[in-house]
Design a protein around this ligand. Sequence first.
Ligand code: OGA
Ligand code: MN
Length: 271
Amino acid sequence: MAIKIDHLTPYIGSEIKCDVDSLLSGSEAEAIRAVLEERGVVFFRGLEINDEQQVAIARTLGNIVESEGKDGIYKISLDKGVNQRAEYLKGSLFWHFDGSLQPRPNYAAMLRAIKLSAVGGQTEFCNTYAAFDDLPEAEKREISTLRAIHSAERSQYYVTPEMSYEEVKFWQQSPSKSCPLVWTHQSGRKSLLVGATADYVEGLSVEASRALLARLRDWATQPKYVYRHEWQVGDLLIWNNTGTMHRALPYPEDGGRLMHRTILAGEEELH
Ligand code: OGA
Ligand code: MN
């Protein structure tokens, strides 16, 4: 076998050792997708690849989203000089999954560390399959039919708690979306679906809704379900966006931290 896999915690996060040529050829793509399904997050260290190779590797794993960034690469930075949407990206400091407002949330995303922050800037991931599986049966039943409304506006309150009327109206231009609290995947597996865009649970009182969303987030992000990635320059990390949540730990906006991201398009409808 051309790949070697080391599991880093019981539930989530594996390092894969593989040579660049094998990654580019796609010969291990099926195996890597299987690890992503099981482990949520995989990373490769010391590959010394460039942007083109990053995108080429991504293409062996799925369909890349071409519309973002240039030639398949989108720059993740909180510096407005590097990314005009830096204000929006500050939402990445709070537990979330990507593309919650899309009909098909992204299958996966790939980050390659170009420049690190001197302090902070690690990325944490939690396994929302494992978190669901471990819920008490009564609780699984209780939430099985509940749905939450997700919105871009909601996640912006984490970034700007006292938004102006104009800001609120701006974020409200993105249509909100109703998602189940439990995502039943094509595979039959189930994962918990909360995160920073989850605004309220349909049919519950304001208090009950806030309490439930906070409780499920607390549950899913318990240390035993979390892997924290301590970046080294050149690391290539991939997360399965349909079975995890993630967040960056705070880092200075002007400290130069830069990641090159490639997104793998959603493959499963979420409704
Ligand atoms: C993202 C994201 C986290 C990070 O790219 O979707 O949330 O650590 N990034 O930069
Ligand atoms: Mn994200």
